[in-house]
Design a protein around this ligand. Structure first.
Ligand SMILES: Nc1c(C(=O)O)ncn1[C@@H]1O[C@H](COP(=O)(O)O)[C@@H](O)[C@H]1O
Length: 163
């Protein structure tokens, strides 16, 4: 069974990162979620990232806020694809998180998603799309999800201006 790791710098990131977990569950992808911090638990980060492939993970979703070094440091230790989620910060609304994650040096890649809940949900979707390359059930779940989403938009009523 293919599985995805969701790691985040703090439990305070979980309300955002839950959106990735919910999307993976909807797509039928197994996942594990845990707190790993480059700053506060550097040894745990190294151990997790170095052993992630042998633990059976195929994709890593890493979310952090502020000085968000977590996704890049994980990518430095593994060949697995890393999807970075900038969590909205209290001081700079997540611009700091975004810029910390997105501007990786050439040769070490992090796929950066949008700030906040929608970005985290899309990280889950993108991870599922990677898994779907080799998993027919997940592929069909994604196709069904996208078709239902399109149907819902097409079925929405015309917009009226209130009196
Ligand atoms: N950016 C990082 C890292 C890291 O990059 O390793 N570790 C924790 N943090 C971030 O600090 C913020 C505040 O954390 P607290 O709420 O625990 O004070 C969180 O958004 C977390 O991701």
């Amino acid at each position: 069974m293919n599985k995805v790791a969701i790691v985040m710098g703090s439990t305070s990131d979980w309300p955002t990162m839950q959106n990735a977990a919910k999307m993976l569950r909807e797509m039928g992808v197994e996942f594990e979620a845990k707190v790993v911090s480059a700053h506060r638990t550097p040894d745990r980060l190294t151990e997790f990232a170095v052993t992630a492939a042998e633990q059976g993970f195929d994709v890593i979703i890493a979310g952090a806020g502020g000085a968000a070094h977590l996704p890049g440091m994980i990518a430095a230790h593994t060949h697995l694809p890393v999807l970075g989620c900038p969590v909205r910060s209290s001081q700079l609304s997540g611009m700091d998180s975004l810029l910390s994650i997105v501007q990786m040096p050439k040769g070490v890649a992090v796929g950066t998603l949008a700030i906040g809940d929608a970005g985290a949900a899309n990280a889950g979707l993108l991870a599922a799309q990677i898994i779907a390359l080799h998993d027919d059930t997940v592929r069909q779940n994604i196709i069904n999800f996208r078709a239902a989403q399109t149907e819902k938009v097409l079925a929405s009523a015309d917009l009226e201006l209130p009196e």
